[in-house]
Design a protein around this ligand. Structure first.
Ligand SMILES: *Cc1c(COP(=O)(O)O)cnc(C)c1O
Length: 434
């Protein structure tokens, strides 16, 4: 399998090259040259790692990493993504928050790290620096995934005061080969600083840099596995394909579900739930794509005004009518997220994070319109990770899962950094000699 850019530039590349580059040279996103089809579906009721190895195999075929795929999956996907019942017999919840940082981004970040660790090491023996700007969940997942891996260091930038206190702690609690900076600025400033570093040829000649953002194939591919596993189980039990409602920001999680369906897995309808950043629903309704500056909402991991993976979707389905056949999207505002969180225990039997609440709001709307089909709501983070949003609204504390408690028990230390490209440059060049 070879990979090409959504913008059509450059020669097709191997998986290993596409993984290490992250972004194509022409600024496009990597997609398979020919999208594969599974000839035989994997068995239902296998582990997440076994399911992942089976469905990702066509994408690794012919690459230097092909023989490592099973060990990458075993190493990275060593936790569960269970489907749990709710008080509505036709609604289930797919829990993606049982990894080390209690959000679904652990799946992609751990697979990426396990893959990078198996690529050939640099001949000059310099470590590879993974540079991440984060609005909260990505930085923690990437830091956890690369923590104490020889040959790598991670530099995390987050906007000081604009992530939840628990997210801030989690970002800064690793130490060792992870360095975390609280930037005196916004998330956009952090992203600008990272982009400037990648665009600096002298820096890149001196310091080997790579990224781990949500457009990386190494994050996208493994996210197909929990859809495959849950859909195969649902299909074996009912004979029906599984329908999903997915909380959506940059479209990485949702695109993985669509790719799993395209591979041939028994997946039916896919509905996207955004927060008040309603670029996707508006695009599907009007046919005009109008990216916006993001607005802050209670579901902050979905505060995205220009979804980065949309380019893969429109490359696949350039006609708006084909896109409308493939997905639907609804926006859920903060007042509604609050109402869903407040009623979730009574109505569904679960306390949910604000992102998961967006998915449940869409299912409530479907039920109100008379839809009686089976739906699986995707739970993207544990509610304890967003305690400062959830607890005041539900009026009681949320129990902290053991993995998150272990991170919160570690001391945390983030260094301050001014929001200038020069400040980051100094950090990165100093780290070479450190
Ligand atoms: C990142 C994130 C999302 C959005 O996922 P995308 O792949 O960007 O669409 C939703 N919920 C949580 C908790 C997240 O961390």
């Amino acid at each position: 399998m070879r990979f090409v850019s959504t913008r059509g530039g450059g020669a097709p590349l191997s998986l290993s090259d596409a993984l290490s580059l992250g972004l194509a040279a022409d600024g496009g996103l990597f997609v398979p040259e020919q999208f594969p089809q599974l000839v035989v579906l994997p068995a239902a009721n296998q582990t997440l790692a076994q399911t992942a190895a089976a469905i990702i195999a066509p994408f690794f075929a012919g690459d230097a990493l092909q023989d490592a795929l099973t060990s990458i999956c075993d190493d990275a996907l060593n936790f569960v993504t269970p489907v749990v019942e709710t008080r509505d017999p036709a609604t289930q919840i797919l829990e993606l928050f049982h990894g080390p940082t209690a959000a679904f981004k652990d799946v992609g970040a751990r697979f990426l790290a396990a893959s990078f660790a198996r690529l050939p090491q640099r001949e000059d023996g310099q470590p590879l620096t993974i540079l991440v700007a984060t609005s909260g969940d990505t930085g923690g997942a990437v830091a956890a995934a690369f923590h104490q891996r020889p040959g790598f260091r991670v530099v995390v930038l987050y906007p000081d005061g604009r992530v939840s206190p628990r997210q801030a702690h989690q970002l800064a609690c690793f130490g060792d080969n992870i360095r975390t900076f609280r930037v005196d600025g916004s998330f956009d400033d952090c992203q600008r600083m990272v982009k400037a570093a990648f665009a600096n040829p002298e820096l890149r000649a001196a310091v080997p840099l790579s990224s781990a953002n949500s457009i990386s194939l190494g994050r996208l591919l493994p996210q197909m596995s929990y859809y495959a596993q849950s859909a195969l189980t649902h299909h074996a039990r009912t004979g029906e394909p599984a329908n999903y409602v997915i909380p959506t920001g940059n479209l990485g999680n949702a695109l993985a579900c669509l790719w799993a369906r395209r591979l041939g897995l028994p997946i039916g309808e896919v509905q996207l739930a955004t927060n008040a950043n309603r670029v996707l629903p508006d695009y599907l309704a009007s046919g005009r794509y109008a990216p916006q500056a993001s607005v802050a909402t209670l579901a902050n991991a979905m505060d995205v005004g220009a979804p980065s993976n949309l380019e893969r979707l429109t490359h696949w389905l350039p006609e708006i009518d084909d896109l409308r056949q493939t997905i639907t999207a609804r926006a859920v505002d903060d007042a509604r997220l609050t109402a869903v969180m407040q009623q979730a225990e009574t109505r569904w039997g679960h306390v949910v994070c604000p992102h998961t609440a967006a998915a449940l709001a869409v299912i409530e709307d479907l039920r109100a319109a008379g839809d009686t089909r089976y739906w699986i709501a995707v739970a993207t983070a544990h509610p304890a990770k967003f305690d400062s949003v959830v607890e005041p609204r539900i009026g009681h504390p949320v129990a902290v899962p053991p993995a998150l408690a272990a991170l919160l028990a570690r001391p945390a230390c983030a260094a301050p950094l001014s929001a200038t490209d020069a400040a980051l440059l100094e950090v990165l060049t100093a780290s070479v000699t450190a």
